[in-house]
Write a protein that binds this ligand. Structure first.
Ligand code: PLP
Length: 358
C-alpha cells in the first residue's frame, strides 16, 4: 500500500512508538504522590515543555486533551456569553461545536474573506470569539491568520486557530500568528492518537469541558494519557526535522500536480499558498468515492472531501463554500504526502490515476 493520506493520520515516528511503549510499561498515575506517580508527572511536564516550545507558548498554558476534536470543542464551548464566528471551511470539530454561529465566507481559492469578517465584526456587540484554521485539511490552503488576529483584536475579541495540519509542515508560533488559542493533535505529526492540546495565551483560558477531577489544573478532568502525551512531546520536538524537508516535499507535490494536469486533472486552489504536502485534484466526470475505491484496489490510500452517508455522496462543505461547480466538487480527491514519500511512489500513482481517465 502506498500511503498518500498523511493529513488524515501520519504514521507514528518509530522513536515515538518506542517511547509510548516504554512509558506505558512504566505505568504510574501523575496524580499519585509516590515515586511511580512522580515519574509519570515528570513525563507529562517534559511533554508540556516540548509542545509549548514547538509553538512559542508558555508551558503553563498547554492543556492536554485526548484529540484535536476535543480541544476544538473546549475552545468553542469554553467562552459562554461570547458571540462566535468561524470560517465556513473549518473542520466539523469546529463547525459542529458552534452550531448557530456566524460563518465567514471564503473566496474561490478557499481563503477567508477579510472584508466580510470586518463587516460581520462591525455588526456585533459584546464579547466575540472567532475561529479560523491555520491550513485547510482538504485543500491545504493556508489562511491569513495574522491579518484575522489584527481585525479580531482591534474589536477586543479572541481568536482560536485550529492548527492541527501545521506542525512539521509550516513554521508556527502562537505569538507570530497572533492567536489566543491554538489546537494541535499528536497523530497528525508523528505522535500516537489519544493526545492533543489546546494552547492558550494569558487572559484566554477556556472553561472546563470535563469536570470531576483536578487534572490539568482543573481545566480537564480525567487521568491523563501519559504514554500518548509523552510521545506527543517527542513528536513536537522532532517536527522541525520534517519542516526542513518540506521544500523537497513541495517539489514532489508540484511535479505530481503537473503530471495529473497533463492527464486531465484539475488542481484545486493551485494559485493559493498551500501546505507543501497537500494536493486536491478533481477528475471531472468521475465521482470522488469511485476514485478512492478504485485507487484503494490498486494499492493507494487517498481520501475524498465528500463523504458517503446512507448511500448518498455528500459534497465537501469546503469545496462548496469555495463556489466550485458540482462536477469539480464531486470529483475531487485529496493527496497528502510526507517526507517519506518518494518520486517513484508518485510515478506509480500517476499511472494508476491515469487508468481511471480512460
Ligand atoms: N482539525 C483539523 C483541521 C483536522 O484535519 C482534524 C482531523 O482530521 C481535526 C481537527 C480533528 O483532530 P483529531 O483527529 O485529533 O480529533
Amino acid at each position: 500500500m502506498i500511503y498518500l493520506d498523511h493529513n488524515a493520520t501520519t504514521p507514528v515516528n518509530p522513536a515515538v512508538a518506542k517511547l509510548v511503549g516504554d512509558v506505558l510499561i512504566e505505568g504510574g498515575n501523575p496524580s499519585s504522590v509516590h515515586g511511580a506517580g512522580r515519574l509519570a508527572r515528570r513525563r507529562l511536564e517534559v511533554a508540556r515543555e516540548q509542545v509549548a516550545l514547538l509553538v512559542g507558548a508558555d508551558p503553563r498554558h498547554v492543556l492536554f486533551t485526548a484529540s484535536g476534536t476535543e480541544a476544538n470543542n473546549q475552545a468553542l464551548r469554553g467562552f459562554p456569553g461570547h458571540t462566535i464566528l468561524t470560517s465556513a471551511i473549518e473542520h466539523d470539530a469546529v463547525l459542529k461545536s458552534s452550531e448557530g454561529a456566524g460563518r465567514i465566507p471564503v473566496d474561490s481559492l478557499g481563503r477567508i474573506d477579510l472584508e466580510a469578517l470586518e463587516k460581520l465584526l462591525d455588526g456585533l456587540s459584546g464579547p466575540v470569539l472567532v475561529s479560523v484554521m491555520l491550513a485547510n485539511n482538504e485543500t491545504g490552503v493556508v489562511q491569513p491568520v495574522r491579518a484575522v488576529a489584527n481585525l479580531v483584536h482591534a474589536r477586543g475579541g479572541l481568536l482560536h486557530c485550529d492548527a492541527v495540519q501545521g506542525p512539521g509542515r509550516l513554521p508556527m508560533d502562537i505569538r507570530v500568528l497572533g492567536a489566543d488559542l491554538l489546537t494541535l493533535s499528536a497523530h497528525k505529526m508523528g505522535g500516537a492518537p489519544g493526545a492533543a492540546a489546546l494552547i492558550f495565551r494569558e487572559g484566554a483560558e477556556p472553561a472546563a469541558l470535563l469536570r470531576g477531577g483536578g487534572q490539568e489544573r482543573s481545566r480537564r478532568a480525567g487521568t491523563e494519557n501519559v504514554p500518548a502525551i509523552a510521545g506527543f512531546g517527542l513528536a513536537a520536538s522532532l517536527a522541525g526535522e520534517s519542516l526542513i524537508l518540506m521544500t523537497h516535499v513541495e517539489a514532489l507535490r508540484d511535479q505530481l500536480a503537473e503530471d495529473l494536469k497533463a492527464r486531465g486533472g484539475v488542481i484545486i486552489a493551485e494559485e493559493a499558498e498551500r501546505l507543501p504536502n497537500t494536493l486536491c485534484v478533481a477528475l471531472p466526470g468521475k465521482p470522488a468515492e469511485t476514485q478512492v475505491m478504485t485507487l484503494d484496489l490498486a494499492g493507494f490510500a487517498v481520501s475524498a472531501g465528500s463523504a458517503c452517508s446512507s448511500g448518498k455522496v455528500k459534497r465537501s462543505h469546503v469545496l462548496v463554500a469555495m463556489g466550485l461547480p458540482d462536477e469539480i466538487a464531486g470529483s475531487a480527491i485529496r493527496l497528502s504526502l510526507s517526507p517519506a514519500t518518494s518520486a517513484d511512489e508518485l510515478a506509480r500513482f500517476v499511472a494508476a490515476w491515469a487508468r481511471m481517465t480512460g
